[in-house]
Every structure is written in C-alpha cells, then in structure tokens.
Design a protein around this ligand. Sequence first.
Ligand code: AOF
Ligand code: ZN
Length: 386
Amino acid sequence: MTVHLSAERKNELMGQALSLAARAEGMTSPNPLVGAIVLDADGEIAGRGWHQKAGEPHAEVLALQEAGDRARGGILIVTLEPCSHQGRTPPCAPFVVEAGVARVIAAVSDPNPQVQGKGFEHLRAHGVGVETGIMAEEAVRCNEAYFLWWRRGRPFLTLKAAASLDGKIATRSGQSRWITGEAARDAGHQLRNKVDAILVGVETVLKDDPLLTARPGGVAGKPLTRVVLDSRLRTPSHARILAPRSGSSTILAATDAAPPAREKALREAGAEIIRGEADPQDRVSLAPLLELLGSRGVRHILVEGGGRVHGSFIQEGLADRLFYFLAPLVVGDHEAPGAVSGLDEEKLQSLPGLFNVTHEVLGDDLLIQGYFKRPIWKDAKDWTGV
Ligand code: AOF
Ligand code: ZN
C-alpha cells in the first residue's frame, strides 16, 4: 500500500510537475517537455526532475536519481508516460521498476509509436501500479506541437501578426515598425523563444530586413531555424537574416525558377538553399517544405508574415494557432498591406471563427489568441490509457 493522495493533492503535484516541465520550454525539441516528482513512502517529496534538452536524461530518471533509496515504496508523478524504448538515452520504465517505486501517476500516454502504452504495460507487468489521466489536458497542451507531430505528422504552425485597427500591418510604402508598442513586441519575442523555426516571406525580408532572432539584437537568443519563402531567391546577399548567429541557420526555400547565380551568391553569404516543389502559382509548395523541416526535428514553426504568407497557410489548412496583436491606430489606406490576404472565395466562406479565443491587454495594444481548428489538447482524455 502506498500513501493515500487526495484528488486535490494529485492535481497539485501534477501541476508542480508541469511547472518543472515548462522550465525547458523551447529547448527540448524534437523531444517533449516532461516534468517528474518522486514521493517517498510517507508522501514527502524526495526528488524532482525535468527534461532539459533532447538527448539528455529524461525527467523521471533525474527525479528518481535525486530521490535515491527514498523512492522505494513511493510514488512517481510524471507528466508523460515513462518510455520503454532505447533512444538516445536508455528506457525509463525499467529504471522506474528498479528504483522500487510502488505506483506511477502519469498525466497522459506518450504518442510516440515507440512508446504509446508500452511504458505503462512494462510497469504493470512488473507490479507497479499505474494511474493516468491526471491533468491530461494541461499535459497535452504544454506539448501541443509534439502531440500534433505524432497525431498529424506535421509541425505545429503558429501565425503571428501585428496590425492596426483596420487590419493593416504596414503603410503602403512598407513602414511597419511603429505598429505595436513595447509590451506587444516583448510578447512576440517571448513567442520566438518557444518555437524551433521562424518563417517569413521574401517580401518581409525585402521590406523589413529582419534578424529573426529570439531577442532584439540577438546577442543571447536561442538557436532558431530561420526560413524564408523565396521561390526566385530575391533575398539580398547582405540581408541581416544571413548574418551568422550562433546555433541559428537560415534556409531559403526556392523553386527551380530561381537563377543559379543567385543560389551561388546566397550560399556564399551563408544561407542554405532548398529547391522544392512549386505550387500552381509558382510559389514554394508548403506541405513538402514542412515535411522537410519536420524531418530535421522542427516541431513548432512561427510564421511572421506577411499577409500573403499567412493567407497561404490558412488556405492550405496548415495554420493551427494565431497570435494577433491589435494596435489602437488606423492606417486608413486600402493600398496598405493587410494581416491576411489571398484567400480564395470558397475558403473565405468556409472559414469558421477561431476556437478557444483569449484576449490580453499589453500596454495600449490587445493580444487576441485563438486556434484555427479544435485544439488537439481537447481530445487529451482519449489518450490517457493503453
Ligand atoms: C524526453 N524526455 O523526459 C521523456 C521522454 O532519444 P531519447 O532517448 O531521449 O527518447 C526520446 C523519446 O523519449 C521522446 O520522443 C518520448 O517518446 C520519450 N520520453 N523524452 O526527451 C523525457 N520522458
Ligand atoms: Zn524516458
């Protein structure tokens, strides 16, 4: 018999394990965020752990190591099913058994087909009690890109736009820097810290010459894959996006329409050039590009415009989430570019409103968040078992 935990206490502990997991937000890709807590046989916290980086020890192993002998007869609380496979690190389930834990309380099953219930099975087969479904929705939510990858086989796409009240992202001459205030811009940079890649269209590079790093100035930003949709390779060789940033790389996604001389010059300037399929409008085909990025471990992509790029992702049904910063000013010019454009009429008529909408005031601006489809974490309760 292990110590009795009330439903409230289980939620509280799982909430703490989720907070531990969140400490490595943006750093573990392609692996999930995972947090774990070990209780000793008296119900006292004996160990804590969280996964910090792909290839490094798993959360439950770190928590059990900290607990040492105190884990015997105790309880492991973990935000994801303990793994059962040999990956870059050894399987956790046998380690949990060896540590002498009597019971495991897990939020949700691991959607990775190498695990998917096999971890729970291993524990049960070795006499460890397993309880799942505690805070399952929150646990999927904190790993929504990871879950989407295994459930739908593509990276998670967040679209970000900053617009005036009339939906304009710049003036007609391309001035955009003044649209939102500092708090909104900071929130935008925090978002960059959570994703693996940032993607923009070449028009954005030509107009704004952005750095696309995780922090203004980019001194200590985290490594990011920067991607430009640039079918004809119009990115200038001196674009700031090509400047080396430790750990960050720049991919220019082109088609066969791009001149070989541009390719050579841009490679020399430090870019990686990928020539992919063209869509019927001779633009870079999005789905194959996402597949390629996914195969490189990219799980979450932030799309930062412009309007036509956002429109393409929405049109293709590839947009998952929206961060829309709304600034209290009016541009008032129908020639000024809008936050989303280029959707065909059929698509416009079939677009539902956003799901799970939230509003937040940031200085003088408003942040509206929502999902283009029913969020994947809404189904979390179906993924708790074997
Ligand atoms: C993690 N951290 O805390 C847990 C994970 O290559 P490996 O050995 O690191 O295995 C990665 C897989 O292990 C991952 O996709 C997931 O299925 C499982 N659990 N992974 O990185 C953790 N518990
Ligand atoms: Zn593991």
